[in-house]
Structures are given as structure tokens and as C-alpha cells.
Design a protein around this ligand. Sequence first.
Ligand SMILES: Cc1cc2nc3c(=O)[nH]c(=O)nc-3n(C[C@H](O)[C@H](O)[C@H](O)COP(=O)(O)OP(=O)(O)OC[C@H]3O[C@@H](n4cnc5c(N)ncnc54)[C@H](O)[C@@H]3O)c2cc1C
Length: 333
Amino acid sequence: METCAERLVVEDGVVAGAELRLADGARMRARAGSTLIATGGFQGDPELRTAHVHPRAGDMQLRSNSSSRGGGYRLATQVGAATGHDDAGFYGHLIPSGVSFADPADFVDLSLYYSEHALLLNVLNDRFVDETLGDHLTAMALLEQPESRGLLIADARGFRDWVVGSYVEGAVAVDKFALAGKRGGRVGLAEDLEELAYLPEEWGYRGEAVRDAVKLFNEDAAAGLEPVPGRQLDRLPLDEPPYYVIETVPAITFPFHGVRIDDRARVLRGDGEPLHGLLAAGSDTGGLWHRAYAGGIASALVFGLTAADTATATTTATTTPTAARTRASRATD
Ligand SMILES: Cc1cc2nc3c(=O)[nH]c(=O)nc-3n(C[C@H](O)[C@H](O)[C@H](O)COP(=O)(O)OP(=O)(O)OC[C@H]3O[C@@H](n4cnc5c(N)ncnc54)[C@H](O)[C@@H]3O)c2cc1C
């Protein structure tokens, strides 16, 4: 970034622009009736993630741009902006453990969306979440499990229909299992259920307990019993060998903790009143998503346009009296 906004200018409780540092080191003050915070969140800052997402969130891999490092969040909170809840969660997906993202194409190619049709066991060899509700929700739940890692197990049906089958209609399917193996991830193929007992010891799971957990799930599913935890959507047993095993960890796209706004995209103060002159949109906002998610583009688009409406409405409302005052003062000169 060539020009950096160092701090917001506040006059009589109203944000009136920002102090900028230019590429050559020179500083200037930009005056504005409305200032928009839209720097895309703080996922690129491990310290903010640790403070406001989860104590282990700083260690997560980033499946997003690294330039969103909380610049807007800091500017806004320095002048008293209210923020969302620390337990709001984050948008992200499961990825193979031990694989570094080398290219933005990895963000999608290595996201294990198919977890909704697989079983996820933690390091204690237990299921702990309804995997079928959404890979992004499962990623949040895994962060909170011991060591924030787990084993994702799919059978041949899951692999055929949801890994090498196209997950979203029209999208090119990527064999994530093969790719994760090629990139050094922990992957294993068990020819049948019994072979699940022979997981590499150094992975730190008890193979027999893993095998028994899958067996128990299958028995419950075949008998029409509700497994624990329950599964609202795909309730079929994983009874078609071979079994595809990947060790997985959560990766973050952006946090849900951000700057609070109202329905006119005005940043709020701690007392719930607008911090006049300051607007925010997109992934810098907080309080919109809480352990749920319906699209980051939506909050960027909706509140970006709303902020433009608010800014132009403010301009119209403030220029008219100023122009009237100017005219009035000239008339009395
Ligand atoms: C792989 C991937 C897939 C996704 N898929 C979907 C999807 O299918 N549907 C969906 O709705 N959403 C999706 N998203 C999320 C969506 O793309 C984002 O939530 C959305 O783009 C955020 O918009 P924004 O304007 O808040 O931030 P951005 O679009 O990230 O823009 C913020 C900009 O601010 C710049 N910036 C950062 N700090 C500063 C600073 N201090 N000063 C000046 N500029 C700064 C950044 O460089 C960036 O250019 C996906 C994201 C990723 C990474």
C-alpha cells in the first residue's frame, strides 16, 4: 500500500477525515464528511485473531488475502467504535493439516467441503459435531477441540459423489485426497473398516477407537437410530469401502468480530449511538454473523451501497444549511 491511513481525525465527536502517510513519507490530512472503513477484516493479523477469535486462532492458516491486517478495525476502535462479540466465530473451511498454502488456488482446491458427507473425529477419537450442517460450521467447532485437529473419514460413496464428483454444479472437481497427499498432508486409504485400526502411531489417534467409532455410527445409521451427536442431513452409513482418511485443521477466511454498525452502515459507539462521520462495510463489520454465515460478498455489497447512500444523504443534508448560511452571511456583509 503506497498511502497509509494512520489515524482518524475527530472534531467535536464527529469523524472528519483521516491523517495519511504518503509513499514518500510525507503526511497530509484528508478532510471528509464521511469516512468508510472497508479493509476486509483482520484475518492477516495473528495477534488480533488470538485476542478476538480463539486462543489458538493465530495458528490457523489463512485462506484469504494477507493484506487485511485489521487496519480499519484499529482506526475505528481507536476512536471509540463498538465491536462484535469475541465468541462470534469466523468464516473458514477445513483443510488438510501440515499443508502450506502456496497459491490462492489452494484456498478452494484444498478446502474439504465434502466433510458434510464424512465423519470427523477429534484427537480423543470421538465425533463432536453434526458434520452435515456445513463445512464452515464444522471448521469453527474443530478450532475449539483439543489441539484443533481431527480425522476426516469418507467412504467410497462420499469420495465418488462429493470429492471427485463436482461439489457445486459446474465447478471443476479436484481430487483433494490426492492433492493433500502430494503436498505432504496426512492421508491414508483403508481397504476396509478393520484397516482403520492401523493408523500411523505418530498421528496420535488410537486406531482401534477410530475404527469402533465408525462401526458404531454405521450400526446406528443402519438401524435408523440417531447417532450422537446427531446428523440432520446425510444420515447414510459409511459402509462402502475403501475409506479415505485425511487429518484436517480449520483455516480462516475472515473473522466475525469486527466494527459494529447500524442498518445505515454507520459505525456505533459503545453506548449504541452512531459515531457520526464514520461508516463501515464488508468483512470489517462485526455483529452481523454469529456462529453462522450467509456470504461475505453480501455484507460488502449491501453495506457498501448503503454506506454510499448514507454518505450522500449526509452531504445533501449538510451542504444545504451551509450554503444557506454562506448566502445569508453575504447578504448581511
Ligand atoms: C477463496 C475465497 C472464496 C470465497 N467465496 C465466497 C463466496 O462464494 N461467496 C461469498 O459471498 N463470499 C465469498 N468469499 C468472501 C468474500 O470474498 C469476502 O468476504 C469479501 O470479498 C469481503 O469484501 P470486503 O470489501 O470487506 O474486503 P476485500 O474485498 O478483501 O477488500 C478489502 C481491501 O482493503 C485492502 N486493505 C487492507 N488493509 C488496508 C489498509 N490498512 N489501507 C488500505 N487498504 C487496505 C485490501 O488489500 C483489500 O484490497 C470468499 C473469500 C475467499 C478468500
